[in-house]
Design a protein around this ligand. Structure first.
Ligand code: GDP
Length: 519
C-alpha cells in the first residue's frame, strides 16, 4: 500500500518514546511494568483505575523531566516484540532489558539483547531485585561484559540502573535514562495530519464488541475518523485510554483503545485513517483477497524451502532449530556452528538441544515454535515421524556436520528456495490505439501466438526494448469482458496504470510458476 505520506520537516514536533521491557523469565518484567503503571499513570477522570489494554503512557511527575511522557508496550516477553517485527512493525524506540541482580545473564537475556540489537533499538539495562539480600549487581555488570556489553559505570556506552520493582527503588532514575536515550534519537511526529500507527492487540469484548488497542505513531486519531486496520475498517465510535477515561483525540505516541472496528486485526498490523469509507472499503477488500490467497499458498511450518519463500517476501528474521545428536560433543559442535550462521538480518536460535533419538516432544516443540529439527547420527521415533509427516515438520538427518552446516547456510541464503520459472503463453500485436478520456488508452490487438489471458501479467515491448511490465486492466472481445483470447483473434485491452501504448508495440503474456526442487 502506498497510502502514507511523508511529513515536511517544519510540521514535526517532538514525540514521546515508545518502550518495550524484555528479559529472562522471572527477572521482573511484569513487576516493573506494573509498578510503573501503578505509580506513574496519571489517574483519569474515570476513577483512576488503570486497565490492561496492551500499552499505557506515563507522564513524569517530578525531577528534571517533569511533564515528559513515555509510552510502554504492556506485553512483557519477546513474543510480542518478535511477532510485531516479523510483521514489519517498528514500534519500539528503546528497549529496557531487565536482569535480576540475584541471578545472572540468562538465555532470554541474551535473546532480548540480540532482538534489540537486530532491530537497531537502543537498550537501557535495569538491574532488578537489588532489595534482595543475595543481590550482586556488580556480577551482572561483569556477566554483561562477557557478552560484549559494557555498561556506563564500567566505562561503556550502555546505560544501566539498579532498581527494585518491588520496593520502587531507582525507577525514576531508570525512566530518566530512558528519556536520555530517547533524546538522542530526536523522535518527532506531526500531530496535524491524518493518523497512522500500529495495532497492539485486539479482542472481542462482551457488550462493547471488538476493541482494538492501537498505538498512534503519527498524526492525531479522533472519534469519528474512518480507520482502516489490516482488513477491517470502520468509524471510530469511542476511544478509551489506559486509565479507562474516554478521550476524543489521541496524538503521537499515545496508546488508545478504539471501538468501532467490525473485527480484530492482528498485533503488528498498521492502521491508517482514510478520507472516506469507500476508499477504506476498497483497500480492505483488496487486503482480504490477498490474505485469502496467501493463506491458501502459505505453508504452515518452516522448511528449508520455505526459508527462501519467506525471505523473498521479507518475512524471515529468525530460524528456530532443534538439534538432536548421538553424543554431547556432536550436539555442541553442531549447535555452535549453526549459531555462527546468524547474520545481521537473520538470527539462528537453537530453541532446544539434546542427546538421543528425535522424540514426539521434539516434534511438538518444533510445531509450536515453528522450528526445523536437525538430527546428527540419530533417527526419529515412529511416533515422532508420524507427527512430523502429519504436521509437515521438517526433520533433516545428517551424518556429517559439514553437510548440515552447508545445507542450512544455503537455505538461509535463499539458495534452496523454490525456483520460479516463467513461460510466455502468448504474444499480441497492437494494431490500433484509442485514447478515451477518463478511461485511458485502449489498444486494438491481434493475437499472433499462443493466447492472452486476463489474469496473466504482460510485458510491453517496443523495438526490442521492454518498456513496461504489469497487469491487464480490461480484456474485451467486442463489448464483452473475456478471460482469454486465442491465436488468430482480435481483442481490445487496456493496462493497469500504463497508457503509453503505440501502434506496432508487442505485448507478451506470461505465467510465473513455482518449480519444486528436490532436496
Ligand atoms: P517476569 O517473569 O520477568 O515478568 O517476572 P515477574 O515480574 O513475574 O517477577 C518474578 C518474581 O520476582 C515475582 O515473584 C516477583 O514478585 C519477584 N520480583 C520482581 N521484582 C522484584 C524485586 O525488585 N525485588 C524482589 N525482592 N522481588 C521481585
Amino acid at each position: 500500500d502506498t497510502i502514507e505520506k511523508e511529513d515536511a520537516e517544519e510540521d514535526l514536533l517532538p514525540r514521546a518514546p515508545i518502550v518495550t521491557i524484555m528479559g529472562h523469565v522471572d527477572h521482573g518484567k511484569t513487576s516493573l511494568l506494573d509498578y510503573i503503571r501503578r505509580t506513574k499513570v496519571a489517574s483519569g477522570e474515570a476513577g483512576g483505575i488503570t486497565q490492561h489494554i496492551g500499552a499505557y503512557d506515563v507522564e513524569i511527575n517530578e525531577g528534571p523531566n517533569k511533564g515528559k511522557k513515555i509510552a510502554f508496550l504492556d506485553t512483557p516477553g519477546h513474543e510480542a516484540f518478535t511477532a510485531m517485527r516479523a510483521r514489519g512493525a517498528k514500534i519500539t524506540d528503546v528497549v529496557i532489558v531487565v536482569v535480576a541482580a540475584d541471578d545472572s545473564v540468562m538465555p532470554q537475556t541474551r535473546e532480548a539483547i540480540n532482538h534489540a540489537k537486530n532491530a537497531g533499538v537502543p537498550i537501557v539495562f535495569a538491574i532488578n531485585k537489588i532489595d534482595k539480600p543475595g543481590a550482586n549487581p556488580e556480577k551482572i555488570r561483569e556477566d554483561l561484559s562477557k557478552e560484549n556489553i559494557l555498561v556506563e559505570s564500567w566505562g561503556g556506552k550502555y546505560q544501566e540502573q539498579e532498581v527494585s520493582a518491588k520496593k520502587g527503588i531507582g525507577i525514576n532514575e531508570l525512566l530518566d535514562k530512558v528519556l536520555l536515550e530517547a533524546e538522542l534519537l530526536e523522535l518527532k511526529a506531526n500531530p496535524d495530519r491524518t493518523s497512522v500507527g500500529t495495532v497492539v492487540e485486539a479482542s472481542l469484548d462482551k457488550g462493547r464488541g471488538y476493541v482494538t488497542t492501537v498505538l498512534v505513531q503519527n498524526g492525531t486519531l479522533k472519534v469519528g475518523d474512518v480507520i482502516l486496520a489490516g482488513q477491517y475498517f470502520g468509524r471510530v465510535k469511542a476511544m478509551v485510554n489506559a486509565t479507562g477515561a474516554r478521550i476524543k483525540a489521541a496524538g503521537p505516541s499515545t496508546p488508545v483503545q478504539v471501538l468501532g472496528l467490525p473485527g480484530a486485526p492482528q498485533a503488528g498490523d498498521r492502521f491508517n485513517v482514510m478520507d472516506s469509507e469507500r476508499e477504506a472499503r476498497d483497500i480492505a477488500n483488496k487486503r482480504e483477497q490477498i490474505n485469502r490467497e496467501q493463506s491458501i499458498r502459505a505453508k504452515k511450518h518452516i522448511t528449508l524451502e520455505e526459508i527462501g519463500r519467506r525471505k523473498a517476501i521479507g518475512n524471515f528474521h529468525q530460524l528456530n532449530v532443534i538439534v538432536k545428536g548421538d553424543v554431547d560433543g556432536s550436539v555442541e559442535a553442531l549447535s555452535d556452528s549453526l549459531l555462527k550462521l546468524s547474520t545481521e538480518e537473520v538470527q539462528v536460535a537453537i530453541i532446544h538441544k539434546g542427546v538421543g533419538q528425535i522424540s514426539e516432544s521434539d516434534v511438538l516443540l518444533a510445531s509450536t515454535a515453528d522450528a526445523i529439527v536437525i538430527g546428527f547420527q540419530v533417527r526419529p521415533s515412529n511416533n515422532a515421524r508420524r507427527i512430523a509427516d502429519q504436521e509437515e515438520i521438517e526433520i533433516r538427518l545428517y551424518s556429517i556436520i559439514y553437510d548440515a552446516i552447508n545445507e542450512i547456510r544455503d537455505a538461509m541464503e535463499g539458495l534452496l528456495a523454490p525456483k520460479v520459472e516463467e513461460s510466455i503463453v502468448g504474444t499480441i500485436e497492437v494494431r490500433e490505439v484509442f485514447k478515451i478520456s477518463k478511461v485511458g488508452t485502449i489498444a486494438g490487438c491481434y493475437v499472433t501466438d499462443g493466447s492472452i489471458k486476463r489474469n496473466n501479467k504482460v510485458r510491453l515491448v517496443r523495438e526490442g526494448i521492454v518498456l513496461h511490465e504489469g497487469e491487464i486492466q480490461q480484456l474485451k472481445r467486442f463489448k464483452d469482458d473475456v478471460n482469454e483470447v486465442k491465436y488468430g483473434f482480435e481483442c481490445g485491452l487496456s493496462l493497469k496504470g500504463f497508457n503509453d501504448i503505440e501502434i506496432g508495440d508487442t505485448l507478451e503474456s506470461f505465467e510465473v510458476k513455482e518449480v519444486k526442487r528436490k532436496l
